[in-house]
Design a protein around this ligand. Structure first.
Ligand code: SD4
Length: 294
């Protein structure tokens, strides 16, 4: 993939802004849940990423967004799938967790829930970007020509997610996405599925995944990593990169961000790159797109 220096700078700036938004919450003694929501909200507003503003298009030229949140203390979680309207889909997921007895709302019902919940709605033009429409046209043309999908992560992926450990020892994860370019309307990926693309348990880790969602669902990647830690006694750094490597041969291109109960960070990916930013136990802020750690 070709990313010009200007684009790279813009990606790093977007990543750092989200990292700072989340870290500010943690520095003030706030909850991991608030931190991951703050980080994801910043990324949802940034059209460079595939969530909220800048979400990718379905094969019908519509945008359908999925999001989830989970807190590690008691595995409370909430998610939405196939929504369009809220400026911040992650807050819709959080509202499902905090105001309903359900875990996942989809489609029309989820959209009605968003309208009724007093979430901030954005004009349809807010979400639309020429770059994502161009990527859809490209994808449809590739398919018409019998070519396989575009695996350039800058164009095809860009799901956003955040994980955090707070000063109270609690973990949280949040994920938000437009899904995959050219997806069939109604298709739901791994992001809003608890245990696949989103996971948190204070005893083990918090995880948010990006990539080819179907494989992340089939391998229940979030829960798989949790189980290896909790039941096999593996460390996050043993479990997370191993699972990400294991799914690669099955077309599971992608990666994840993860943090464990000690604050250790793991950011494995099997794709060409993965946009990521982190503050580990050393307290130093980093961001990276490919292997260009800054
Ligand atoms: C999905 N995992 O819906 C998401 C897609 C993705 O960047 O990561 N896009 O399958």
């Amino acid at each position: 993939a070709v990313v010009t220096p200007d684009r790279a700078r813009a990606y790093h700036a977007g990543l750092r802004a989200a990292l700072e938004a989340g870290h500010a919450v943690l520095r003030a003694g706030g909850a991991a849940l608030d931190a991951v929501c703050a980080a994801v909200m910043a990324l949802e507003d940034d059209p460079q990423f595939n969530a909220g503003r800048g979400a990718v298009y379905t094969s019908d030229r519509t945008q359908e967004m999925d999001a989830a949140v989970m807190v590690g203390a008691d595995r409370r979680c909430g998610a939405v799938a196939g929504i369009f309207g809220p400026r911040h889909p992650v807050l819709a997921a959080r509202a499902v967790m905090e105001t309903t007895e359900h875990v996942l709302l989809t489609g029309e019902g989820a959209r009605a829930f968003c309208r009724d919940s007093g979430l901030e709605m954005a004009d349809p033009t807010w979400f639309a970007t020429d770059a994502r429409l161009a990527a859809l046209d490209d994808e449809l043309a590739r398919r018409a020509a019998g070519l396989s999908g575009d695996d350039d992560p800058a164009r095809r992926h860009g799901t956003v997610g955040a994980v955090a450990l707070d000063a109270h020892g609690h973990l949280a994860a949040a994920t938000s996405t437009g899904g995959m370019t050219g997806k069939r309307p109604g298709r739901v990926g791994d992001s809003p599925l608890i245990g696949a693309g989103t996971w948190a348990d204070d005893r083990t880790c918090a995880i948010s995944a990006t990539g080819h969602g179907e494989i992340f669902v089939r391998w229940a990647v979030g829960h798989e990593i949790d189980a290896r830690m909790r039941l096999l006694g593996q460390s996050l750094e043993e479990a997370a990169p191993a699972v990400v490597a294991e799914i690669a041969p099955f077309g599971g291109s992608g990666g994840l961000v993860a943090v464990d109960a000690t604050g250790a960070v793991s950011l494995p990916y099997n794709s060409e790159g993965m946009y990521r930013a982190w503050i580990g136990r050393d307290g130093v802020a980093h961001s990276a797109i490919w292997d260009d750690v800054r």
